[in-house]
Design a protein around this ligand. Structure first.
Ligand code: NDP
Ligand code: HSE
Length: 437
C-alpha cells in the first residue's frame, strides 16, 4: 500500500521555484486529487544559498543532483536545469533506475527525444513533458489523450512567450526590441540564452515536439526551417497593420500529401484571427483534427507558475499511475513506439504561401517596373502594392503582397532583385497565413 509519493527536483531556478511553491502551497488540494500526499523530498541546485522566496522544509535543498537520483524516497525525478548533456544523463539514469521522470526541457526533447521516449517505453515508466510546450497550456495532454481519436492535420502555434511579448510591445507601445527583451528576461520568460527565443530556435524545439506527437513520426530537427524576429522593424509592423495583419512568430506543422511541412518564422495573420489577438507572454496553439475540426488552446506560455503548473500536472499524473499501477499507460510519444512511421519532411522551397515583400529602393523612375518584372518572370503574381511619399534620389520602401506562390520561385526572384543597383538592403520577406488567394 503506497502511503505517499516522493518527488526530487533538480534545478531550483525559475521553473523549479514555481514547482516547489505549487507543491507546498497546494499540498492539501493535490492530496485530495491524488489520494496520498506528494512529498517534496529533495531539491538540488548548484547554488543552495540564494533566497528563492520559497520556504522549504529544512534539509531538502542539496547541491548535488546525484543525491536526488540516489534517494530511495524519490519516486519521481524532475529535471529542470535545461541544456543537453547533464540533463540527458540525469533523465536516462532516472529511467534506468525505474523512476518516473518529468522534464520541461524542450531543447533536449527536440534533439534527443527519440532516445528518451524509447528508454521510457522500454522501462515502462512515465516521461512527462507538459511544460516543454506552451508553458501552462495542457497541449501535450491534449495531443496524447484529448485528441487521440483524430488524425491531426495541422498545428499553428504562438509557442514562444518571449518573442510574443516583444512583438506585442513593439506593436502596441512602439517599444524597441532590446529594451523589451530585457524586460522579458527580468520576468523569467527568456531562455538562459535568449537568442534561442528571438532566433526562433525555442519555437522550433517546441514545434518539433508537437509535430512528433501529432503525426507519430520522428522529426529531424535540422530539417525544420527556423527564422526569428530580429529583422522585424517598426516599418513592417506598420505596413502589416495597413494590410489588416498582425505579425506573430508562428510554428506551423502540417501533414501535406503524406509528408510533413514544419517551419517557424514571423507570419502575418489577419488581425481578426484568434492567434493574431494573442498578446504579451501568452501562447496559443490551434490544432486541427479530422474529426474535431479546430481546437484553440490559450494561456501563459512562460514564467515560474505557468510552467510550474504544467510540471506539477505531470507529477500528479505519474503519482496516480504509481498508485493504480498504470505507469507507461500513455506512450510518451503518443503513438506506440513500434507504430511510429518515418515521414519525409518537405523542404522549405517546396512550400506555398502568400508573401509580404519590403524592398528598400532608391526612389527613381523604373524601379517598380524592374521589381514587378523579376517577380513576373518567376511566375509570382502581385495582389497589392504600397509606396508612400516621394523622396527623389533617396531610399524609400516599396511593399508588395503576392498571391499564393512557391517559396522556391520567390527566393529565385529575390536573388535577382537583391542584386539590382537600386536596392539599398536585402528584401524583407514575411509569409502570410490565414488568407486564401
Ligand atoms: P533557470 O536557469 O532559471 O534554472 C535552472 C537552474 O538549474 C538554475 O538555478 C541552475 O543553477 C540550476 N542548475 C544548472 N546546472 C545544474 C546542475 N548540474 N545541478 C543542479 N542544478 C543545476 O532555468 P528555467 O527554470 O527558466 O528553465 C529550466 C528548464 O525549463 C529549461 O529546460 C527551460 O527551457 C524550461 N522551461 C522554462 C520556462 C520558463 O518560463 N522559464 C517555461 C517552460 C520550460 P545556476 O543558475 O547556478 O546555473
Ligand atoms: N523561453 C520560453 C518562452 C519559455 O519564452 O516561451 C517557455 O518555454
Amino acid at each position: 500500500m503506497i502511503s505517499r509519493v516522493g518527488v526530487g527536483v533538480i534545478g531550483f531556478g525559475t521553473v523549479g521555484t514555481g514547482v516547489a511553491r505549487i507543491l507546498l502551497e497546494n499540498a492539501a488540494l493535490i492530496r485530495r486529487r491524488v489520494g496520498v500526499p506528494i512529498e517534496l523530498v529533495r531539491i538540488a541546485d548548484l547554488d543552495v544559498t540564494r533566497d528563492r522566496g520559497v520556504n522549504l522544509p529544512p534539509g531538502i535543498l542539496v547541491n548535488d543532483a546525484k543525491l536526488v537520483l540516489a534517494d530511495p524516497g524519490v519516486d519521481i525525478v524532475v529535471e529542470l536545469i535545461g541544456g543537453y548533456d547533464f540533463a540527458k544523463r540525469i533523465i536516462v539514469e532516472a529511467i534506468e533506475a525505474g523512476k518516473h521522470v518529468v522534464t520541461a526541457n524542450k531543447a533536449l526533447l527536440a534533439l534527443h527525444g527519440e532516445e528518451l521516449f524509447a528508454a521510457a517505453a522500454r522501462k515502462g515508466v512515465d516521461l512527462g513533458f507538459e511544460a516543454s510546450v506552451g508553458g501552462g497550456i495542457p497541449v501535450i495532454r491534449a495531443l496524447t489523450e484529448g485528441l487521440a481519436a483524430n488524425a491531426i492535420q495541422s498545428i499553428y502555434g504562438i509557442i514562444n512567450g518571449t518573442s510574443n511579448y516583444i512583438l506585442s510591445r513593439m506593436t502596441n507601445e512602439g517599444h524597441g526590441f532590446a529594451e523589451t527583451l530585457a524586460e522579458a528576461q527580468r520576468a523569467g520568460y527568456a531562455e538562459a540564452d535568449p537568442t534561442f527565443d528571438v532566433a526562433g530556435t525555442d519555437s522550433a524545439h517546441k514545434l518539433a515536439v508537437l509535430a512528433n506527437l501529432a503525426f507519430g513520426t520522428p522529426i529531424n530537427f535540422k530539417e525544420l526551417y527556423t527564422e526569428g524576429i530580429t529583422h522585424i522593424t517598426q516599418h513592417d509592423i506598420a505596413y502589416a497593420q495597413e494590410f489588416g495583419f498582425a505579425i506573430k512568430l508562428l510554428g506551423i506543422a502540417k501533414m501535406v500529401e503524406g509528408e510533413i511541412e514544419a517551419r517557424v518564422h514571423p507570419t502575418m495573420l489577419p488581425s481578426d484571427s484568434p492567434l493574431a489577438k494573442i498578446q504579451g507572454v501568452y501562447n496559443a496553439i490551434q490544432l486541427i483534427g479530422d474529426a474535431v475540426g479546430d481546437v484553440v488552446l490559450f494561456g501563459r506560455g512562460a514564467g515560474d507558475m505557468a510552467a510550474g503548473s504544467a510540471v506539477v500536472s505531470d507529477i500528479i499524473s505519474s503519482a496516480r499511475n504509481l498508485l493504480k499501477g498504470g505507469a507507461g499507460r500513455v506512450p510518451p510519444a503518443s503513438f506506440q513506439q513500434d507504430q511510429r512511421r518515418p515521414l519525409r519532411m518537405r523542404p522549405m522551397e517546396e512550400i506555398h504561401s502568400l508573401y509580404y515583400l519590403r524592398f528598400m529602393v532608391l526612389d527613381r523612375p523604373g524601379v517598380l517596373a524592374q521589381i514587378a518584372g523579376a517577380l513576373g518572370r518567376c511566375g509570382i503574381s502581385i495582389s497589392s502594392m504600397l509606396q508612400k511619399g516621394r523622396r527623389a534620389g533617396q531610399t524609400v520602401p516599396i511593399v508588395i503582397k503576392t498571391h499564393t506562390a512557391q517559396e522556391r520561385a520567390v527566393q529565385t526572384a529575390l536573388r535577382e532583385i537583391d542584386r539590382m543597383a537600386f536596392m539599398s538592403e536585402p528584401t524583407t520577406l514575411i509569409r502570410i497565413e490565414g488568407q486564401d488567394e
